[in-house]
Design a protein around this ligand. Structure first.
Ligand code: N7H
Length: 508
């Protein structure tokens, strides 16, 4: 268990103390969910020991950055700044005390009732009068100007709020209950009054019951996260990256020496609202079911989905469980990342041509090619911290095999990295959307069937995408995907500052 019963006991003890007024009441149940499949977070003590050795200040790093994808309820509240002077003074006096650090999130007894993080766009920093060069060209230009390069078919599908430069910042407000989130938003709005205006909000929530931790297509999410030096201890198969791959100004951030000093221990936040067409995805799988001998029709249908993702719905990697789901493997965080596509124990397995186990185009192989690079590329990694949004598929949608426009659902995608061009944007542009990636693999992989797009600059609408390797009986017979199962509704690039900078720089 991530948050131990010991910490709950401590929390209860603190609550008892609070009865006599010495200590503020704290939580006894966590804000975070804790599916077995996801790597455990370090305990507060482990993280603190690791951080001291690496010189990281976990009290200064906003909590969402390293902790990852495991909130119960999370609201993204996008705002514009109307009155910079008032905003700055309220930021320092009223908002900073609400901002939740990494240290606080790691221990139930230190978690607030509702966690709050804040991040600013380039236009937001400009609105605050900050003219510093953040040394990130994509942050500077904003996501709208990056839409075509990301493969979005124009911005016709974009949420109108993102199709402009008026979003100055975003509050990330997370708790275990919706009412806590609503109360905290009211509190923030009362503090900031008319100094901000609401531009857009997106409410995310972990899916219900047994689907907790799974995204809307049904696959367990949040498994393949890097282990960050100075924070966590790596499980077998997890990539260990320098803190500066995720955090600006830290070891491993190539631009550390040119960035403003106040940005040390911050991170760039790439936000994307990614709509998921779940009934259409399921229809495609059943219409194109595979024909692997020895499997039932349903097993062949499930196999196609697993080969598109690279994992089964339980989280089990197909590289280790190639034909059927293995929920015990999926739930075992010490084994479910322990693979690298190489199979060096089998002298007949030629990694550059053999897709019997995992297709070259599978989403997890495109987005983290592991040993396709020798050695693994440890510079291009992101910390994903998103959450599903929108309702469950209704019976009517399932029967019609078509999404109802009024029931939009998807992934409120969040990734953190020290350089957007080397993080989210690199993965999307150079790997996922690139039909020839990984080079030297035969036949050419094609695009990532989940999020790959070759629509750059075209009119909104589905463009056929060709993917090789999905059929284990014929690697070179492409499957043509005529529907975009994931539709970009746009987003923005933000910077999540260290907490000290909110007081010392951004409110001055
Ligand atoms: Fe992906 N999905 O349901 O198929 N993703 N992703 N992603 N993704 C992963 O390992 C999904 C998106 C990465 O370390 C899993 O957590 C969906 C974007 C990376 O082995 C599943 C959407 C980008 C990894 C999904 C979406 C990435 C990863 C397996 C959009 C970056 C880790 C579970 C709606 C550009 C790879 C897990 C590794 C894993 C899905 C978006 C990147 C199930 C539905 C935009 C780096």
């Amino acid at each position: 268990m991530r948050l131990t019963s010991i910490s709950v006991t401590i929390a209860l003890a603190l609550q008892c103390t609070s009865v006599i007024g010495a200590v503020k009441p704290r939580r006894t149940s966590s804000i975070l969910i804790n599916p077995d499949a996801q790597p455990d977070l370090p305990t507060a003590r482990q993280a603190s020991t690791n951080a001291q050795a690496a010189g990281l200040n976990l009290d200064d790093i906003q909590g969402d950055i390293l902790v990852g994808m495991n909130k119960n309820q999370e609201l993204f509240f996008f705002f514009g700044i109307k009155d910079a002077a008032t905003f700055k003074s309220k930021l320092a006096s009223g908002i900073v005390p609400l901002i939740t650090s990494t240290t606080q999130l790691l221990d139930v007894s230190k978690q607030p009732v509702t966690a709050v993080n804040i991040a600013f766009s380039q236009s937001g920093l400009t609105a605050l009068g900050n003219k510093d060069n953040m040394v990130d060209s994509l942050f500077k230009q904003g996501q709208l100007k990056d839409a075509a390069a990301l493969g979005d078919p124009g911005t016709g599908h974009w949420e109108s709020a993102f199709a402009g430069t008026s979003i100055h910042g975003v509050f990330l407000i997370a708790s275990d209950t919706q009412s806590n989130v609503d109360d905290e938003l009211k509190n923030i709005q009362t503090i900031l009054g008319s100094s901000i205006t609401e531009i857009y909000r997106l409410q995310g929530a972990a899916r219900p019951g047994a689907e907790k931790g799974h995204e809307h297509f049904g696959f367990m999410d949040g498994i393949g996260q890097p282990s960050v030096n100075g924070f966590s201890n790596a499980l077998p198969g997890q990539a260990t990256v320098n803190p500066g791959v995720i955090l600006t100004g830290e070891t491993g951030d190539n631009s550390a020496s040119s960035r403003p000093a106040w940005t040390k221990s911050g991170s760039f936040l790439a936000f994307r609202q990614l709509q998921q067409k779940v009934p259409e995805f399921n229809k495609y799988l059943s219409d194109n079911t595979l024909a692997v001998p020895g499997l039932t029709q349903q097993e062949n249908t499930d196999l196609l989905g697993a080969r598109m993702v690279g994992r089964w719905k339980s989280g089990a990697p197909i590289d280790l469980a190639p034909l059927k789901d293995d929920p015990t493997l999926g739930a075992d965080a010490s084994r479910n990342n322990n693979f690298n596509f190489a199979h060096t124990d089998n002298p007949n397995f030629i990694q550059s041509t053999n897709q019997t186990l995992c297709p070259f185009a599978a989403h997890i192989r495109k987005s983290r090619p592991r040993s396709d690079f020798t050695p693994e590329n440890l510079a291009i990694h992101i910390m994903r911290s998103g959450i599903p949004y929108g309702p469950e598929v209704t019976d009517g949608e399932a029967a019609a095999q078509k999404s109802d426009a009024s029931n939009e659902r998807g992934l409120a995608f969040v990734s953190y990295q020290s350089d957007i061009s080397n993080g989210f944007a690199f993965i999307q542009k150079n790997w996922v959307n690139n039909p020839s990636f990984f080079p030297g693999h035969t036949p050419t992989p094609g695009v990532d069937p989940i999020i790959g797009s070759t629509n750059a600059g075209k009119a909104p609408g589905d463009a056929a995408r060709s993917v090789n390797g999905l059929n284990p009986l014929s690697f070179s017979t492409p499957l043509v995907l005529n529907t975009d199962f994931v539709v970009s509704r746009g987003g923005e690039y933000f910077f999540s500052p260290p907490i000290s900078a909110l007081t010392n720089t951004l409110s001055k």
